[in-house]
Design a protein around this ligand. Sequence first.
Ligand code: GLA
Length: 381
Amino acid sequence: MKKLLVVSVSVLFLYTVVSCHSIKKEKPMIEKSVFGKLADGSQVEAYVLKNANGMSAKIINYGASIVTLTAPDKNGKYEDVVLGYDNIEGYVNGTTYFGGIVGRYGNRIAKGKMTIDGKEYQLAVNNAPNHLHGGVVGFNKKLWTVDKTEITKNGPAITMTVVSKDGEENYPGNVKLTVVYTLTNDNALSMVYTGSTDKTTVLNPTNHSYFNLTGDMNNTILDHELMINADKITPVDRGLITTGKLEDVAGTPMDFRTAKKIGKDIGADFEQLKYGGGYDHNWVTNNYDKKVRLIATVYEPKSGRVMETYSDEPGVQFYCGNFLNGTVAGKGGIKYAKRTGLCLEAQHYPDSPNKPEFPTTLLKPGETYHQTTIYKFTTKK
Ligand code: GLA
């Protein structure tokens, strides 16, 4: 009897120690520092958001870019899971869009041409022969204003706004876009966008983070297992412009409805993969009704890290870093090789301004643009 009591007390003690350890919480906080200076002398600031579990996100007001994002592996080890640059020069000179918010129009507009209310606009052809990610100076190349930082009940948050003037990059209307990043205490990075304009224009911003859940950027993402909740893609032509059609993924290498390794079919003899040099396509995410739902899940078996993507957008561009070629020096001097990172860019379909059959990206005066996209991190053994 006495022995039983001793055993139960020790079990209880052990249980208390273990559970206290696992629920040990840190105080959510935000640390501000100087990240660098732009050529015109303006200062770029970095904000490190830390949640109650010790997960952190470093975000700069240049491009509202996510510079680092740590996530725990299956043993609780936190490592940086995004690609980025060490300094501001990298972000200013870079052409990779690491971590930034691209806009006004995420992805391509054919030949940079669009017509709104009978007027034709010629946008920059910065990805010949097309317009890409907002042009020469897109939102990822602008200094955003930090409106506020706060510790909310969900976690630390930062609110940033960018203003794009009427005629900027040849788009009509003065546009204001605000993004609230919250690093929630359940290990999700949430991005809530709101936007407005004073003339009818198009708005289709997205975050362009490249993830590598191994936490070691010497690895490619080909062994990551990906699920995309989409029955169809918007196929593209040689110039990566959507054809206007929707194509079933069933029976093709584009089928990610059941999770599979990204590398499994990437080399298949399939026209769309040839055009993209790999995966670089928009998936038509199922159940679009402007509500947030799970659109994709990535799992990396070695680390056990899982990233779920939730969004209220109708599509997601899955791009797997086909254009990285080992010449771009990133954080810690690592030269990112081809397919070192994968992007899941929640968005409206590419070239929607020229495809009336697609959900519209038009924004009119008096309307409010909304988007919520969430990257949530868990682990699996
Ligand atoms: C998007 C595009 C790609 C490429 C990257 C940036 O994902 O679809 O083709 O331009 O951005 O390199």
